[in-house]
Design a protein around this ligand. Structure first.
Ligand SMILES: [Zn+2]
Length: 304
């Protein structure tokens, strides 16, 4: 029997709500601009809109992925990197459950994306992999033994905060030289702006590099070297069957591939150096689909 869940993806810029079936098809969806800075009232509005979107379907659960750190047991936003932010302490899971009257599961958006990779993406058929999402920042989700790794508080998988260079720039997490500061859209724009002496966006940098610009290529060399080093650290720790690279800037991965691979092999232990690194076949809907499928699986296992 086909079962339906609501998937919600609350990003820093946009929020997407969708009715998803157990095969991962989107049957109805809508978007609204994210207004996380409003705090609880915004999340209540998301819940109300989700409730009305679900009306025509036999929806059995709600899954939500969101930017930021979520406490797994309580479904509440943790202080994370921005302790003063207005969403800190907002009980996201309770707000959505109250609005929809359905069992609700909330998590970080990069982890729900990893779940979509497991169910219908490049991770299908695998039990152990790490999914990275490279866009404005760099997040991740770890699948081990076929399950999403949660950790004690539910914030396992923040692979963007592996320190690559202890003498590197300070990171909002309190560390220095984190992977995210080298391997993300924001990082590429910052590194290239410093190198070229003018403001430049990351898509411009990728386009210049593709056209053979030496300065842009050297920025991507820095990015790919850091990425390979980070993947090497992850391989040594988790011995995944593969790495899956997704997110808005990974359409440019062919420009990074050779250096990433070389740097990865220099960092990973000998037995791990042949770990495949692939790009994600899932587009921007991965977060919303993964959240819905995660919620369906949890309900099926009686975890409501
Ligand atoms: Zn950091």
């Amino acid at each position: 029997m086909t079962r339906y869940a609501l998937g919600i993806d609350i990003g820093a810029t946009n929020t997407r709500i969708a009715v998803v079936d157990s095969a991962g098809n989107i049957l109805a969806s809508e978007h609204l601009p994210s207004r996380m800075a409003e705090g609880a009232p915004f999340f209540a509005e998301v819940g109300a809109r989700a409730h009305s979107l679900a009306r025509s379907y036999q929806v059995v659960a709600v899954g939500a992925g969101t930017a930021g750190q979520i406490h797994h047991a309580t479904g509440t936003y943790l202080p994370g990197l921005y302790p003063q932010a207005p969403w800190v302490g907002v009980p996201l899971r309770d707000i959505l459950a109250e609005a929809t009257h359905l069992p609700t599961f909330v998590d970080n958006d990069c982890k729900t994306h990893a779940y979509a990779e497991l169910k219908l993406g490049a991770g299908r058929g695998y039990t152990d992999f790490i999914s990275l999402t490279l866009g404005t920042g760099l997040g991740g989700g770890i699948i081990a033994n076929g399950e999403l790794v949660q950790g004690a508080k539910g914030i396992a998988g923040h692979v963007g905060h592996i320190s690559i260079d202890p003498a590197g720039p300070p990171c909002p997490c309190g560390n220095r030289g984190c992977l995210e500061l080298f391997a993300s859209g924001t990082a590429v724009a910052r590194l290239a702006s410093a190198q070229l002496g003018r403001e430049i966006t990351s898509p411009e940098v990728f386009r210049l590099a593709a056209a053979g610009d030496a300065a842009a290529q050297s920025v991507l060399e820095t990015m790919a070297t850091a990425l390979g080093r980070g993947l090497g650290a992850m391989a040594n720790m988790f011995n995944p069957q593969l790495f899956i690279l997704g997110g808005s800037i990974m359409q440019w991965y062919p420009l990074l591939e050779e250096t990433t691979r070389r740097s990865f092999q220099a960092s990973a232990m000998t037995e791990l150096q042949d770990t495949p690194i692939v790009t994600s076949p899932i587009g921007g809907a991965g977060g919303v689909i993964g959240a819905a499928l995660y919620a369906l699986d949890q309900v099926e296992r009686g975890r409501d």
